[in-house]
Design a protein around this ligand. Sequence first.
Ligand code: SAM
Ligand code: SF4
Length: 497
Amino acid sequence: MMDLISQDKTHDESRQGEALLLDPVAGKNNGRKLYIESYGCAMNFSDSEIVASILSESGFETTGDFNNADVIFINTCSIRENAETRVRNRLKEFKVAKGKNPGMVVGVLGCMAERLKSKFLEEEKLVDVVVGPDAYRDLPNLIEQVDSGQKAVNVLLSREETYADISPVRLNTNGINAFVSIMRGCDNMCSFCVVPFTRGRERSRDPFSIVNECQDLFDKGYREVTLLGQNVDSYKWSQSAPPKPSPEGRALEEADQKVSPTGGDLEGAVNFANLLEMVAAVHPDLRVRFSTSHPKDITDEVLYTMAKHDNICKYIHLPVQSGNSRILELMNRTYDREWYINRVDAIRRIMPECAISTDVITGFCTETDEEHKETVSMMEYVQYDFAYMFMYSERPGTLAAKRYADDIPEEVKAARLTEIVALQQRMSLGRLQQQIGKVQKVLIEGFSKKSKNDYAGRTDQNAMMVFPVDERFKPGMYVNVIAEQCTTATLMGSIVD
Ligand code: SAM
Ligand code: SF4
């Protein structure tokens, strides 16, 4: 995988393999230590917080050193072959630790667990437990099963599980930005993608629990939430008699009044635009972001809702995958080049200042040079702010693996990738250069990675801005910063407040 412009935090290369550490739950200690590390997208990191929360409740303490752990969990990603290779290599390191401590339980969670199921136990002898993304509530039982000398597997997918009632514990964060999962699974069948098989059917989480979680985060000092789903624009929740909001659900009551006039009748269905309104109403100082938008589903209603609220960030991650209609059809993306351009034009018309990022795959089955050129011309048309770019990696069991030959030589995939990476770097630089001389509202996230004399934070459009520390302002506060210089990925400026 090449992750070249890693501005978008939903797949943060720097967090791959990060271990999660939590405070112990008072009065609950079984004397055992859990080590959990995560790979892949933000959804996996968010799931690991749910897992840690479930196991803290049953008395586990977390540790940052797997050599001291009684239970090691690795939350895995299957999206491309090299994501799986990374996990297999990591398991080799755990094997050494288990050799020294044979009572250690080693578990594989997430997408790879779901994809390989009990085959994992045969292929990797050190693994004791294999658990899919919808079975985390069963973890305490599965660990007991292993303690009694058996191997344990639960890879049942659910049509209902959203873990809505489990509050994820967030201690590895900066206390300012948080991910909030709003839905699970995916009902699209993009032919290259393993997600529908590993994460099951799409289901949306109760909006009341989402708003309560965002309110709670705001009360704890968080100032930015990113609503997460594979396809947030198809969020849909309906229940004839929604549960009453908790006494803390102040924002929800306000949102209820605010949503209704726009058609978001909480007695009926709540769509993504309605949900955005509800979360935006939590507090004007809570920034709202979301990912990922599917071009086939993003509506003008969502765009107008974004335009209406200052605290909904003007940034959309809109994966194009390819700029050629024949390839898009083979990919089963259910939109064509014209449709995608129409959606981009709508974004530019409704929110001219909105940043757009994308995902691109090079060398999908049968892609010709001319078809690749259409991807290049699409990128030039849109002028993306950032892009994640990948070479096609055939995944077993997907529609593409069954129907089409993976017939583009690796060197051709790589050459096409190199070409678009260079193009994107030029465009990212150009987009940031356009910001120079302009004043941006920045949420201070902390010190810059390079110097304690500088703060780093993001603009509304998700660009990283670095600027000298001013003691009057602390992380979690908003400041107005004038952009003075830039690199391909960062703006440099100074505070003008
Ligand atoms: N749900 C999101 C969407 O529809 O755009 C993206 C989900 S996926 C986790 C993130 C990205 O990985 C995709 O947008 C695609 O570009 C890339 N991807 C997925 N399967 C791939 C494959 N088999 N080979 C290469 N890249 C792949
Ligand atoms: Fe995969 Fe397509 Fe679903 Fe995204 S929308 S997760 S690419 S199947």
